[in-house]
Write a protein that binds this ligand. Structure first.
Ligand code: GLA
Length: 400
């Protein structure tokens, strides 16, 4: 609105002062930019729970559940279909869906009618990780197809392109292969841009060649920093805690992605899932639930929906947090927020422990008031403050 009013005023001024002030007329007002993925994307992805079995009905059920559970209103708006939706190409070379997804446009309309956005999956190779058809030599055509379906998000997975790198560069981790990989990501970026539709671009190549240093150059809004997560504390912790040092590479529109959530899939206990969720929020990671939303327990929902944790993850400053101290298995991570700070005290050991808050390293003064997020209570961080942290658990503090 403001832009329209300013444009009008400018036009009037220009017509009056056309001769006297030619320069004024040459200056164009800056259009307000909306950054794609201004905060880390939130939503659901089919892979962690449904893997190759996902179908149209599962995706609709996930969309329904996001709405009825209140998760959509908490910020979870992307419904992302991962690998195994792909069918064959038609005579014109256009990608078709397989029998599990009878009508992608109708599915997209359904998802949009719920106030949600739809994501899809492909890769730069002739085939995808699950050996379905990839976008190799059909990038522009596929991007157009996605746009015509109303797709809002693309996860682009390297897997099948490895064989091309092996053939042409004699390996998949050498300078020539790295250049090919970047060019392949850039190619799809250009194809997406050419559609004119804003489509969040998620790079999935497991962190190869330090993708965080070049992801933005090839148009990535987020990039996987690791191999695949699984539903075990060991793997989740291995991935999550390995993110120390990457904070400087994240900013609005550009996020490190330590993979999707496993919360609610059953392989971890409540303390472990709270660690998962807290660590991802400190990391400004995408929050893509990976469970069966239609059969979610109240505990799972409470973890995914915790207002403070979501607010930490989605903080508008977009500054990723980092580790500030580690004493054996006790780690303290902090994240600077637009107004305040989040402090997480993690206990990676096999027994409950009392973990001391390192005031100086954490950048808080004794006497500071904080919110103990998971215990839902206010606390004062008095001199010598220690928190009782369960095995594999966390105490998450929000200072405002
Ligand atoms: C790779 C990705 C996973 C998932 C599968 C699908 O392993 O890293 O996240 O997309 O492919 O085949």
């Amino acid at each position: 609105m403001r832009f329209i009013e300013f444009s009008h005023t400018r036009r009037v001024l220009c017509s009056i002062a056309l001769v006297a002030l030619p320069l004024l007329c040459a200056i164009r007002p800056a259009r307000a930019q909306t950054t794609l993925a201004a905060t880390p994307p939130m939503g659901w992805n089919s892979w962690n729970h449904f893997a190759g079995k996902v179908n149209d009905a599962d995706v609709r059920a996930a969309a329904d559940a996001l709405v009825s559970s209140g998760l959509r209103d908490a910020g979870y708006i992307y419904i992302n279909i991962d690998d195994t939706w792909e069918g064959k190409r038609n005579a014109q070379g256009e990608i078709q869906t397989n029998e599990k997804f009878p009508d992608m446009k109708a599915l997209s309309d359904y998802v949009h009618s719920k106030g949600l956005k739809l994501g899809i999956y492909s890769g730069p190779g002739p085939t995808t990780c699950a050996r379905y058809i990839g976008s190799y030599e059909h990038e522009a055509q596929d991007a157009k197809t996605y746009a015509s379906w109303g797709i809002d998000y693309l996860k682009y997975d390297l897997c099948g392109y490895r064989e091309i790198m092996m053939q042409k560069a004699g390996g998949d981790h050498n300078p020539q292969a790295n250049a090919m990989m970047k060019a392949a990501y850039e190619k799809m970026h250009q194809a997406l841009l050419a559609t004119g539709r804003p489509i969040v671009y998620s790079l999935c190549q497991y962190g190869w060649d330090d993708v965080w240093t070049w992801g933005p150059e090839v148009g990535g809004n987020l990039w996987r920093t690791t191999g695949d997560i699984d539903d075990s504390y060991q793997r989740m912790a291995e991935i999550g805690f390995s993110q120390a040092g990457l904070s400087k590479y994240a900013s609005p529109g550009h996020w490190n992605d330590p993979d999707m959530l496993e919360v609610g899939n059953g392989g971890m206990d409540g303390d472990e899932y709270r660690t998962h969720m807290s660590l991802w929020a400190i990391l400004a990671a995408p929050l893509l639930a990976g469970n069966d939303l239609s059969k979610m327990s109240t505990d799972t929902l409470a973890i995914l929906k915790n207002k403070d944790v979501v607010a930490i993850d989605q903080d508008p400053l977009g500054k990723q947090g980092d580790r500030v101290s580690a004493t054996g298995p006790y780690e303290v991570w902090t994240r600077t927020l637009a107004r305040g700070k989040a402090i997480a005290l993690f206990n990676r050991s096999e027994t409950a422990a009392s973990v001391a808050l390192p005031f100086e390293a954490a950048g808080v003064a004794p006497g500071t008031k904080a919110r103990d997020v998971w215990h839902d209570r206010e606390v004062t961080l008095g001199n010598g403050y220690r928190a009782e942290v369960p095995r594999h658990g966390v105490v998450l503090l929000l200072v405002q």
